[in-house]
Design a protein around this ligand. Structure first.
Ligand code: ZN
Length: 216
C-alpha cells in the first residue's frame, strides 16, 4: 500500500474515505488535531512545550508541527499511513518531503479529492436532517426524501442543520482553495499528485482510491 497525504476541500467526504482506508486496508490515520492532543496528554517534554503554546492561545508553529509528524512516523514500523489536515502551507509541504526522505519513505501519493465550489455548496445547502438522526440532501437524487420535507423513516419534518451556514461555508472553501494551490503545485511537480473527482457515488470514489494506493 502507498502512504497517503489526503487533501480535500470542506464537504468532499474526506472523513468517509479515510475511514474506509483505515477499516479496509489497515491504514494508520494521522490527523494533526489528534497528534496534538496525544502529545499534550503524554506529558512529555515536547507535550508540555506544546501545551504552553496552546494555553497561551497561540498557534503551534510549522517546525513543531513537523517534529510531531516525524516522531509519529517513527513509531509506525512500516504500517501504511494517511496524513490528514497536513501540510497546510507550502513550507510545511517542503519540510514534510524532507522528513519523508530522511525516513526513507518514498512510497507515497498526495490524493486531492476534487469538488468544485458549486458542488460543495450544494452538498451543504441541500442538507436536511431529521430528529431521528437520518440525513438527506435535496440536490442528490439518491439522498432526497420521498416526500418533500418529510422523513422517510419516521415521518417527522426535516430541518436544516444550524451549522449549515452557506456564506461561512463559501468563505471556508475559498480559504482552502487559496491555501492549497501552492501545495497542489508542489506535489504535482514531485510527480506525487493524484486528483480524484468526488462528485460521484462513494463506492466509485473508494474504488478509484483503492487503485491508486496499490503498489505497481
Ligand atoms: Zn426521521
Amino acid at each position: 500500500m502507498k502512504n497517503v497525504i489526503l487533501i480535500a476541500p470542506p464537504a468532499a467526504g474526506k472523513g468517509t474515505q479515510s475511514e474506509l482506508l483505515v477499516n479496509k486496508f489497515g491504514y494508520v490515520h494521522i490527523s494533526m488535531g489528534d497528534l496534538l492532543r496525544e502529545v499534550v496528554a503524554s506529558g512529555s517534554e515536547l507535550g508540555l512545550k506544546i501545551k504552553k503554546i496552546i494555553d497561551s492561545g497561540a498557534l503551534v508553529d510549522d517546525d513543531l508541527t513537523i517534529e510531531l509528524i516525524r516522531n509519529k512516523l517513527k513509531t509506525l514500523n512500516g504500517q501504511p499511513f494517511i496524513v490528514d489536515g497536513f501540510p497546510r502551507t507550502f513550507y510545511q509541504a517542503q519540510a514534510f518531503a524532507q522528513v519523508l526522505e530522511e525516513l526513507n519513505i518514498d512510497n507515497y501519493v498526495a490524493i486531492l479529492l476534487n469538488l468544485s465550489k458549486e458542488d460543495a455548496v450544494k452538498r451543504i445547502a441541500g442538507r436536511l436532517i431529521c430528529k431521528c438522526g437520518k440525513s438527506y440532501n435535496i440536490y442528490d437524487e439518491a439522498l432526497k426524501p420521498k416526500v418533500e420535507g418529510v422523513c422517510d423513516k419516521c415521518g417527522a419534518s426535516l430541518v436544516k442543520r444550524d451549522d449549515d451556514n452557506v456564506d461561512s461555508f463559501k468563505t471556508r472553501y475559498e480559504v482552502f482553495e487559496t491555501n492549497i494551490a501552492p501545495i497542489k503545485n508542489f506535489y504535482e511537480e514531485q510527480g506525487k499528485l493524484v486528483v480524484i473527482d468526488v462528485n460521484r457515488a462513494i463506492e466509485e470514489i473508494a474504488s478509484d482510491i483503492a487503485r491508486v494506493i496499490k503498489n505497481d
